[in-house]
Design a binder for this molecule. Structure first.
Ligand SMILES: O=C(O)C[C@H]1C=CC(=O)O1
Ligand SMILES: [Mn+2]
Length: 369
């Protein structure tokens, strides 16, 4: 039986300012959900988002209050091991709130996998790989600093795929910044950009043409998420792959984007999709439509990152790798044992559930009072 549901907000400083076109992050607010069951088993999920309400329509505060006041009461007293039944009740009753739903579904599946003594991946169809390539985002706002940071990551053998956050400055300035980094790092590394919806279609035509000519490998969400027609025209016009991120709010969007031929690659995010099961459906739509896959993040801490990794490990193809580096952007760890990043890959945990254990003492120190 589901006995207790708690939402914990924890403020963790980032290792440096992380500059996106929609927000500059100096701290990340982790949103953690703990579900305690009558059989003594507990599960954890995460609903962390970026930049308050600058990125999406759920904030840490709204997620906490909506779970506590509106969603948890539907689940309390239900059979904990009947995860699909519990989530179907939530999905049939509650509109929107995809991040909140993701954290609850993750926590219930984590608990169930622990009950069965299986890694979560085995409840999601089974892992086909034990490690995932991980990109790093260069977003200090300074070209020379970004180059130095990338070189350190290459030396450490931690990352050889770099995503640059652009869109806040004039197109010509952003292009100069990106191509300077690409020239400095050379052909052995993959350099990609994420515009976070900042460009008009005309700006995108100029920007993408220059980036494609300069050897950039992937262009993420150049225009507004709603503007599928523009995405489709850009995907048609350029050879460099176009990736949808903010345009994907679950399986229905995946279907519509695929039918509109509005992306070459999907960034699958468990929170943005509304949970692990809907995220798996987003991936299935992509695979059936000839769209390549990328494992995305909302810069979650260890819990959400491990849960995402459990799902991404089940994808048959993962042509563009992942960006599951969230915990590495934070100054504090909330797990008892940190996730392992080695040889440019995140190593999948092997223990039951998400495979990670929250350190309650550390969390107590970081939690919002
Ligand atoms: O992809 C996004 O838009 C969000 C996020 C993922 C990596 C990063 O640096 O920001
Ligand atoms: Mn993105």
């Amino acid at each position: 039986m589901i006995e207790h549901i708690e939402v914990i907000l924890a403020e963790v400083p980032t290792i440096r300012p992380h500059k996106l076109s929609v927000a500059t992050m100096n701290t990340q607010t982790l949103v953690l959900v703990r579900v305690q069951c009558a059989d003594g088993i507990e599960g954890w999920g995460e609903a962390t988002t970026i930049g308050g309400l600058n990125y999406g329509e759920e904030s840490p505060d709204s997620i906490k209050v909506n779970i506590e006041r509106h969603i948890a009461p539907l689940l309390l007293g239900m059979e904990a091991s009947a995860v699909a039944q519990a989530m179907s009740r939530v999905r049939n009753t509650i509109q929107g709130n995809r991040f909140a739903k993701c954290a609850l579904e993750t926590a219930l599946l984590d608990a169930q996998a622990r009950r069965l003594n299986l890694p979560l991946s085995e409840l999601l169809g089974g892992r086909v790989r034990d490690a995932l390539p991980v990109a790093w985002t260069l977003a200090s706002g300074d070209t020379a600093k970004d180059i130095a940071e990338a070189e350190r990551m290459l030396e450490l053998r931690r990352h050889r795929i770099f995503k640059l956050k652009i869109g806040a400055r004039a197109v010509a300035d952003d292009v100069a910044h990106v191509l300077a980094i690409k020239r400095a790092l050379g052909d052995a590394v993959s350099v990609r950009v994420d515009v976070n919806q900042a460009w008009s279609e005309l700006e995108a035509m100029r920007g993408i043409a220059a980036l494609e000519a300069g050897g950039i490998d992937l262009i993420e969400q150049p225009v507004r998420a709603e503007d599928r027609a523009a995405m489709a025209r850009l995907a048609q016009r350029f050879a460099v792959p176009l990736m949808a991120d903010e345009a994907l709010h679950g399986p229905q969007d995946a279907m519509t984007m695929a039918q509109a031929e509005a992306a070459d690659v999907f960034a699958v995010k468990i929170t943005q999709s509304g949970g692990l099961m809907p995220a798996a459906q987003v991936a299935t739509v992509a695979q059936l439509s000839g769209i390549a896959l990328y494992g995305g993040t909302m810069l979650e801490g260890g819990v959400g990152t491990a849960a995402s990794a459990q799902l991404f490990s089940t994808f048959g193809e993962l042509a563009f790798g992942t960006e599951l580096f969230g915990p590495l952007l934070l100054t504090e760890e909330v797990l008892r044992t940190p996730l392992v990043y080695r040889d440019f890959m995140l190593q999948l945990p092997t223990g039951p559930g998400t495979g990670v254990v929250v350190d309650l003492e550390k969390l107590q120190r970081l939690r919002r009072k």
